[in-house]
Design a protein around this ligand. Structure first.
Ligand code: C2E
Ligand code: MG
Ligand code: MG
Length: 285
């Protein structure tokens, strides 16, 4: 099972990282070198629209294909990249790859948006939007092919400059999502004024809905509130049919989770969710 595999890799590498943490500088150098050597790759996890059973979007998730190890998962290196500032260069790489992929998909008639995770550290950079627009222009990426995922806490205290820039991108067609909703503290009255299209409900809020009446009550109330505000709700971390059944009763229609598929490489994603029989393989990478 993908999750168990992930955990196995995680434990192995964590011990080594803990040792290495004594030498942060070395780890930062490792990450920078990995960028130079192009050791990072993206996987794509489908977001499924339950009525049609189709994927409508994919979340891009970064992995480190370390030459001497199994794939290293972002939970292990993204926090270190954030602390050290390497996330800015890594984020540029992710934006460039996503913009290139999304442009290629659009040309091939694959109308699935691709969502990019943006960390607060990246958005703090004064030139973040310039760099994003540069990546989009380089690949002629249609704005409607992109979605930006920002954290709940960041969404709640964005300054005017950020709000303006996000608002401008949204008017051009880029979607904005709040990621991990329900893990931080939201100012609920602020939510309706934010330049945001959709909310991704964190998996911690759905984990127990099939077995706990309280968990169900909380989830129902939150989904009702968000939908009442006109926001699209995506439920993350859906792992089994029992959760699905409950979520459909609650009124959710967009899902992401191992119950459907784990994140996968681009070709696997296309083969499964957007088969292109007549397409030249060179066009889909
Ligand atoms: P996230 O943005 O909330 O991404 C969803 C995470 O949940 C992914 O973990 C995904 O593999 C995992 N997941 C999906 N379905 C299920 C499920 O049914 N059950 C469970 N237990 N987990 C599920 P992943 O790929 O390890 O990424 C972890 C986090 O690392 C992401 O959380 C995101 O915050 C960060 N991250 C990943 N890629 C990037 C990136 O390119 N840039 C930045 N800044 N952060 C990234
Ligand atoms: Mg995300
Ligand atoms: Mg999330």
């Amino acid at each position: 099972h993908a999750k168990d595999e992930g955990r196995g890799r995680t434990e192995m590498f964590t011990a080594e990282l803990a040792l290495k943490a004594a030498d942060r500088a070395e780890l930062e150098r490792d990450l920078l070198r990995a960028l130079e050597r192009e050791e990072f790759l993206l996987e794509f996890q489908p977001q499924i629209e339950s009525l049609s059973g189709r994927a409508v979007a994919a979340e891009a998730l970064v992995r480190w294909a370390h030459p001497e190890r199994d794939l290293v998962m972002p939970g292990l290196f993204v926090p270190i990249a954030e602390e050290s500032g390497v996330i800015v260069a890594l984020g540029d790489w992710v934006m460039d790859r996503v913009c290139e992929t999304a442009a290629r998909w659009a040309r091939a008639g694959i109308a699935h948006r691709i969502a990019i995770n943006i960390s607060s550290r990246e958005l703090e950079q004064a030139d973040f939007f310039l760099r994003l627009r540069h990546a989009m222009a380089t690949h002629a990426t249609p704005p409607v092919m992109l979605e930006l995922e920002i954290s709940e806490s960041l969404a709640m205290d964005m300054e005017a400059r950020l709000l303006d820039q996000l608002g401008a991108l949204r008017r051009e067609g880029v979607r904005v999502a709040i990621d991990g909703f329900g893990t931080g503290y939201s100012n609920l009255s602020r939510l309706k004024d934010l330049p945001v299209d959709r909310i991704k409900i964190d998996r911690s809020l759905v984990r127990d809905i099939a077995i706990s009446a309280e968990a169900r009550t909380i989830c129902t109330a939150i989904v009702g509130l968000l939908q009442g505000l006109g926001l699209e709700v995506v439920v993350e971390g859906v792992e089994n049919q029992a959760q699905m059944d409950m979520l459909r009763v609650i009124g959710c229609t967009l899902f992401q989770g191992y119950h459907f598929d784990p994140p996968m490489r681009e070709l696997a994603y296309i083969g499964r969710y957007a088969p292109q029989p007549s397409l030249d393989q060179r066009d889909i990478g």
